[in-house]
Design a binder for this molecule. Structure first.
Ligand code: OMP
Length: 279
């Protein structure tokens, strides 16, 4: 089980997890197509079996595991019960859990999301959560504050892996793009060395961001199914501290299932490629 102290921030558990287990975030995305490929029923029972295999395969070996909340939500309350079990199971196996919920709302509602995902009394409490800053970076304060005071993290969308993202994220605000404004806000928030605020920057294309002073983790989705490869990483993240780069893959790993050993081997291959590429 991951231990944390409210005085060390997210930097300590994060750095220790990736030092021990390597820089690859394993996504748990129970797509209908994957349930079918694994020979499982497309219902809450199949979801539970899928989740159990993922926890068994990935919990003891991945530094960070990212369940995509949408795929659990699709099964209603039964799906949420499975998500709770995934969060608990992965954390008990020593992985950090990054809930991919992409929450973002006005501050008073953000406060409720912060309680749901970052408060130790919530059944959904995770080590970190993805958040969307497009109601203004400041609207995320309740989540940033909750994360900072409990040694957890938030990962803020800056330059996403999808082709549509550029229309908003590359738009200018004065001399800076919207994406760079998010990076700069995150860097300022990490000035205390806590690494509370991570970013999401897709690995699928060059992002044009200055990430040098971030002082926090950079989740880089897009490996595997979206076409990015480990070999792309040094160029895409040129200028960023490679120690903070955390590539992520979901379907690229999970397609090896349903045998837990095959899923684990697929994860290990991808992680070793990332480690070799990032140096
Ligand atoms: O926040 C994310 O994780 C995320 C941001 C982004 O820019 N692009 C992106 O693909 N993701 C998520 O990362 C996962 C990618 O899954 P695969 O394409 O199967 O590896 C999905 O859960 C996406 O929601």
């Amino acid at each position: 089980m991951v231990t944390r102290s409210d005085t060390t921030g997210f930097a300590i558990p994060y750095r220790s997890a990736v030092a021990e287990r390597g820089r690859l975030c394993a996504g748990i995305d129970p797509h209908v197509a994957l349930l079918e490929q694994w020979g499982l029923p497309v219902d809450a029972t199949g979801l539970r079996q899928f989740a159990d295999i993922c926890v068994e395969a990935l919990g003891p070996v991945a530094a960070v595991i990212k369940p995509q909340v949408a795929f659990f939500e699709a099964f209603g309350s039964a799906g949420y019960a499975v998500l709770e079990a995934v969060i608990d199971g992965c954390r008990e196996a020593g992985a950090l859990v990054l809930a991919d919920a992409k929450r973002g709302d006005i501050g008073s509602t953000m406060d409720a999301y912060a309680h749901a995902w970052l408060d130790g009394r919530s059944p959904l409490c995770s080590d970190a959560v993805t958040v969307s800053p497009y109601l203004g970076f400041g609207s995320l304060s309740p989540a940033v504050d909750a994360a900072r005071s409990s040694g957890r993290g938030v990962f803020v969308l800056a330059r996403t892996s999808n082709p549509e993202g550029g229309a908003v994220q590359l738009a200018g605000t004065g001399e800076r793009s919207v994406g760079q404004l998010i990076v700069d806000e995150a860097s300022a928030s990490n000035a205390d060395g806590s690494a509370t605020v991570g970013l999401v920057v897709g690995a699928t294309r060059s992002h044009g961001l200055d990430l040098e002073g971030l002082g926090g983790p950079i989740l880089a989705p897009g490996l595997g199914a979206q076409g990015a490869t480990a070999r792309d990483l040094p160029e895409v993240f040129d200028g960023a501290d490679p120690a903070w780069v955390l590539p992520a893959s979901s379907r690229g790993i999970l397609r090896a299932g349903p045998d837990p050993q095959a899923v684990r081997a697929s994860f290990a291959t991808a992680r070793d490629e990332v480690e070799a590429a990032l140096g």
